[in-house]
Design a protein around this ligand. Structure first.
Ligand code: IPM
Ligand code: MN
Length: 354
């Protein structure tokens, strides 16, 4: 019997729709092989709609999207729209409204992919960052006082709740257990300076870990040291859990060591609700419509989505096809792949069927 998955698709801005189209091509090929069906439902949120109608994301959209288990997202960010409007109004709004409290970002170097880390290979670069996705500095708490005057004050507060921190940590512990690599969970923080926020994180980390996860080794690193080790000893890491802001920053570093924005993908996860999968890179407007952008990051996001839906074997098959494709490309960078965006999609779709 065919299993059907209704999926909401938001291509978004710039090269978003192009890379999403390749992901859909590949997933449809995969569906054929595994007796699955994806029922793609398209939504046009993004810069173009905002410029035409003034609407960023109508309230009704949230309720509509809530009916799906998964959203497949391209990219948000338009050169003619002031930075922040679409990012906050669409991407962050969806992450918050749909309570996608985890941002899961694997950092995995595939064979044949170039990393800027000399002497490091696929056996060294294979860890996962669990980024808290609903709190911290991203809540937008704060404000101005005497804005535009010499006495101006700008305050931006990091909000950390026991509830939010605990559910993130529990997810990270469970994930580390399930991943079953070194069973090492590193809390990445800044306990020496952010003595309120990371005091809560560290206390919760130890309380939960020592009580419910005796099989997991608890580890701690300051965020600056984490960056150092990601470059010098990436093989040390298994799973890293961290707050929203630090997670944002260290996963861009992670993306670079795994081969760049052409391959890095992430999942905004609500384990009990609607999750959203996206390439980590932005809308790359200068490449729009040129067939130069690498769709592998979006295709990898599709792989995470399929895995999340519980189709483990199909997800593994797709990952194998992505790995084979990496071996065929001259480079993972836009415009230097040795083939077009759509040819990369064709290659993955072909390998999926082998
Ligand atoms: C990311 C992006 C977003 C973030 C921006 C676009 C709001 O950088 O997904 O990492 O900061 O979370
Ligand atoms: Mn980011």
């Amino acid at each position: 019997m065919t299993t059907t998955y209704p999926i909401a698709v938001i291509g978004g801005d710039g090269t978003g729709p192009e890379v999403v189209a390749e992901g859909i091509k590949v997933m449809d090929a995969l569906a054929g092989r595994f007796d699955l069906k994806f029922d793609w439902q398209y939504f046009d949120f993004g810069g173009k709609r905002f410029l035409e109608t003034g609407e960023v994301l109508p309230d009704s959209a949230i309720d509509e999207l809530r009916r799906f288990k998964a959203i497949y997202l391209g990219a948000i960010g338009h050169p003619d729209v002031k930075p922040g409007i679409l990012e906050k109004g669409i991407l962050l709004r969806l992450r918050f409204a749909l309570e996608q409290y985890i941002n899961l970002r694997p950092v995995k170097l595939y064979p044949g992919v170039e990393t800027p880390l000399r002497g490091k290979g696929p056996e060294d670069i294979d860890f996962v960052v669990v980024r808290e996705n609903n709190e911290g500095l991203y809540l937008g708490a704060g404000g101005f006082f005497k804005r535009g005057t010499p006495q101006e004050v700008a305050i931006q507060e990091s909000i950390n709740t026991r509830f939010g921190v605990e559910r993130c940590l529990r997810f990270a512990f469970d994930y580390t257990r399930k991943r079953n690599k070194n069973k090492l969970l590193t809390l990445c923080g800044k306990t020496n300076v952010l003595t309120f926020a990371f005091d809560l994180w560290e206390r919760a980390f130890h309380e939960i870990g020592e009580k419910d996860y005796k099989d997991i080794t608890l580890d701690y690193a300051h965020v600056d040291a984490t960056c150092r080790w990601m470059v010098k000893n990436p093989e040390y890491f298994d799973v890293i859990v961290t707050d929203n802001m630090f997670g944002d920053i260290i996963t861009d570093l992670g993306a670079m060591i795994q081969g760049g924005m052409g391959i890095a993908a992430g999942g905004n996860i609500n384990p009990d609700g609607t999750s959203m999968f996206e390439p980590i890179g932005g809308s790359a407007p200068k490449y729009t419509g040129q067939g130069k952008i690498n769709p592998l990051a979006a295709i990898s996001a599709g792989q995470m989505m399929i895995d999340f839906l519980g189709e483990t074997v199909a997800a593994e098959t797709l990952e194998a096809a992505i790995i084979k494709t990496c071996g065929e490309l001259k480079s993972l960078s836009a415009g230097r792949m040795g083939c077009t965006t759509s040819e990369v999609g064709d290659l993955v779709a072909k390998f999926v069927m082998e």
